[in-house]
Ligand binder design. Structure first.
Ligand code: ASP
Length: 292
């Protein structure tokens, strides 16, 4: 199979009239990642690039456009994993930085620790040249309105969709990346599935890679990412592996969400048990697919 990338823009319930816009955002991320792959970049570089494009897109709950926490501030979770050597880097509950996935990459490259949280994550980021930006630079009007509605009891708190993720295959290696603002009105310090290995993000060159989205508290209890990769390691078809993991999420903890995956030969899979999961896929030979 040629190099390829699959991305998601979150499981949830995007209104029908807005779906095409969200899909277009994911298609732009795929195009950017394919450029990286065509230029000879590694799967890891491509997955990171796709997620950076989505962090820059205010439609999605990652980077610019993130959810607000109970204090009306922003705390970010992001992770990336290299299937080559099972290298991992993540940040969680990190204050506002424009590209949390790039900080996760720096964590992985340094290799001393795998996950940094909160102020420690910010200290690490600043020491590596990533600037803290005012929360206002990452908060969109729409996210603030939604948060105000939740605070006023006009909307339900909790998981709000729009998390982003990518899995890339460069012909040899697989890599996965996930980034999110988490859940609307979450408590300060809350960490979801996205930055946790085997929960929201996992990649192994001997099996494949996965990025999950959905109700984080439930996804991490089931270890959805690892379920997918374990099935791939056993030779499962990626579509079946994804469907089985989501079925387990539903059966064991009544969880809702979705996953995207590529196996170590580059075959794609995805599944969700939500109304929508925005996704796009492309390969360097020009094939493209997308949907919700
Ligand atoms: N899984 C994310 C979290 O719980 C949310 C999402 O995927 O929309 O932080």
């Amino acid at each position: 199979m040629p190099p390829s990338v699959i991305v998601h823009g979150g499981a949830g319930n995007v209104a029908p009239e807005r779906r095409a816009k969200h899909v277009a955002g994911c298609e732009r991320a795929v195009a950017a990642a394919l450029e990286v792959l065509r230029a000879g970049g590694r799967a890891l570089d491509a997955a990171q690039r796709a997620v950076e494009v989505l962090e820059d897109d205010p439609l999605f709950n990652a980077g610019w456009g993130s959810c607000l926490n109970e204090d009306g501030g922003v705390e970010l979770d992001a992770a990336l994993m290299d299937g080559d050597g099972l290298r991992y880097g993540a940040v969680c509950a990190m204050p506002s930085v424009r590209h949390p996935i790039a900080v996760a990459r720096a964590v992985m490259e340094e290799g001393r620790h795998a996950i940094y949280a909160g102020e420690g994550a910010l200290r690490f980021a600043e020491a590596r040249g990533f600037a803290r930006v005012p929360d206002a630079e990452l908060i969109t009007e729409q996210a603030r309105e939604r948060w105000e509605a939740v605070r006023a009891g006009r909307a339900e708190a909790g998981w709000s969709g729009g998390t982003v993720g990518a899995v890339a295959f460069d012909g040899t290696h697989v890599a996965a990346a996930t980034s999110t603002g988490g859940m609307m009105d979450k408590r300060r310090g809350r960490v979801g599935d996205s930055p946790l290995p085997g929960a929201g993000t996992y990649a192994d060159d001997l099996a494949g890679g996965v990025s999950a989205t959905g109700h984080g508290e439930k996804i991490l209890r089931v270890g959805v990412g690892f379920l997918v990769v374990a099935a791939l390691r056993g030779g499962a078809d990626p579509m079946a592996a994804a469907e089985q993991a989501i079925a387990t999420l539903a059966a064991r903890v009544e969880g809702t969400g979705g996953v995207i995956a590529l196996d170590c030969a580059g075959r794609p899979g995805r599944a969700n048990n939500t109304e929508t999961m925005i996704w796009a896929w492309g390969s360097t030979d020009g094939a493209r697919e997308s949907g919700w």
